[in-house]
Design a protein around this ligand. Structure first.
Ligand code: FMN
Length: 179
């Protein structure tokens, strides 16, 4: 019996709704050829070399651009950047370069767009892409990093955006729940 018969699509989706995740926007391309997507699949991969992984649906508008440009930025969103998440998820029908409206952007090393005031920006060269069914797992070799202090992350959980309830001390560090 195949796995498909054991787990329904609805069951899988319901389970994944319980997986809380940090929200990032992946930017790729240049000028009017820019596009990108909102992603919760970003994960730290290795420190040597500094790298992250991201999964991308190969049916999305971003996949051909990732193959063409060979670089991307992971913009980890701060709690006050929910509007950017919505734009890059295509919620308001925006596509391509229009998704960049309503936020300010700059460049680091690779040329992919870095979001002003993101919690952290990882400017990556696309080192490898592993194909598996509908998706690809990207390994991004980090070439430049930016970090913002004093604000918490934007989180996604059970179909909605959330902030982490936290106190930020003078060093910009969140206090843990219990010590
Ligand atoms: C919270 C959230 C997380 C998402 N995470 C991913 C992801 O990790 N990988 C992915 O390919 N799409 C993800 N998506 C879907 C994309 O953001 C987007 O809807 C899709 O790529 C748009 O495709 P298009 O550019 O062809 O319009 C996510 C959407 C939301 C709202």
């Amino acid at each position: 019996m195949g796995d498909e018969a054991l787990i329904s699509d609805a069951e899988f989706r319901l389970s994944m709704r319980h997986l809380a995740g940090a929200v990032s926007v992946i930017t790729v391309g240049d000028g009017q050829d820019r596009t990108g997507f909102t992603a919760t699949s970003v994960s730290s991969f290795s420190a040597e070399p500094p790298s992250v992984i991201v999964s991308v649906n190969r049916a999305s508008s971003s996949w051909p651009a990732l193959e063409r440009y060979g670089c991307f930025c992971v913009n980890v969103l701060a709690a006050d950047q929910q509007h950017v998440a919505q734009s890059f998820a295509g919620i308001n029908g925006r596509r391509g370069a229009d998704r960049y409206d309503g936020a300010r952007w700059y460049r680091l090393r690779t040329g992919a767009a870095a979001l002003e005031n993101a919690l952290t920006v990882l400017d990556c060269e696309l080192e490898t892409a592993f194909h598996h069914h509908s998706h690809a797992i990207l390994i991004g070799h980090i070439r430049a990093i930016e970090i913002r202090q004093g604000i918490g992350p934007l989180l996604y959980w059970r179909g909605g955006y959330h902030e982490l309830p936290m106190d930020v001390d003078r060093d910009g560090l969140a206090k843990p729940l219990r010590q």
